[in-house]
Ligand binder design. Sequence first.
Ligand SMILES: C[S@@+](CC[C@H](N)C(=O)[O-])C[C@H]1O[C@@H](n2cnc3c(N)ncnc32)[C@H](O)[C@@H]1O
Length: 263
Amino acid sequence: MLIHALGWPVMESFATFGSLAHRPVPPDAMRRFNDLVGQRIATRKPVAYLLGEAWLQGVRFVVDERVIVPRSFIAELLPQALEPWLEAEPRRVADICTGSGCLGILAALRWPQARVLCTDISADALKVAEANLRLHRLSDRVELLHSDLLDAIPTPPAGQGIDLLLCNPPYVNAAAMRTLPQEYQHEPALALAGGIDGMDLVRRLLVDAPRVLAPLGIVVVEIGHERAHFEAAFPRLPVIWLPTSAGHDSVFLVQAAGLREAA
Ligand SMILES: C[S@@+](CC[C@H](N)C(=O)[O-])C[C@H]1O[C@@H](n2cnc3c(N)ncnc32)[C@H](O)[C@@H]1O
C-alpha cells in the first residue's frame, strides 16, 4: 500500500525496498497511505481490491470484486514443474474457471506458441479477464468463452484437443465456507464454494475432461486442503501430487489416459 501511495513501480520497488526505506514519505503520499490503511481496517477488503491490482509470479493483473484475488498455486508450477509431464510444448492450453484470466495469461506468456482458451461461468469475471488480456496484449492468442465448466467447448476431432488443461475451481467445502475470514466475503461466493465436500466442480470436470483432451493431454487442478474429500470422491484415480508453497497435496496432475481408464 505504501509503494502504491508513493506511486513507485511495484515490482522494482519490492526488489530495492531496503535501500529506499530511509527516504522520507511526502505528505500527500502519507495521506494516501493512511487512507488505504483506514479502508483496509474499516472494510476488511483485501488490499488487491483497494488497489485494483494484484501480482502473481511478478505479473500484474487488474482485479475488482467480480473475481477472486489471483493467488493460485498452479502459477508456481508453470515456469518449470510441468515439463516432465508434457510430451512437447503445449499448443493448446485451457484455463477452466479463469476468473481474472491470471492462469491462462501466465500460460500464454510461458508458452508463446500456445493458443489458450479461458472459460468461466461468470460473465462479470470474463469482463475482468478481457481487461487483463488487453493489458498483456494477448487478445489474439487467448480466447474467452462463457461456459459452465467444459460444456461450451466443442469436442475436437479424434487425435486432437487440449494438451494442458489448468483449473483452479471453487473448492471450499460447505463447513469451511461458514468460517471464512471476513476478507473472503468480499470475493464472489461463486468463486469459492464447491458444495458439501468442495468437490462438486472437480467431479464434473474430471468426468468430462477426456472429451476435450488431446490423447497425451494432462489436467492440473488445485484443491487446496481438500485432499481427503478428493480421495473419497476419486478413490482409484491415478493422480500425481505436485508440491507447491502450499504443501505437497494442494495441486494434482492427472493424465488423459488415467482419466479414460478410470471412466
Ligand atoms: C477459485 S476461482 C479461480 C479464478 C482464477 N482461475 C484464479 O486462479 O485466480 C473460480 C472461478 O470459477 C468460476 N466458476 C464457478 N463455477 C463455475 C462453473 N460451473 N463453470 C465455470 N466457471 C465457474 C468462478 O466464477 C470463478 O471465477
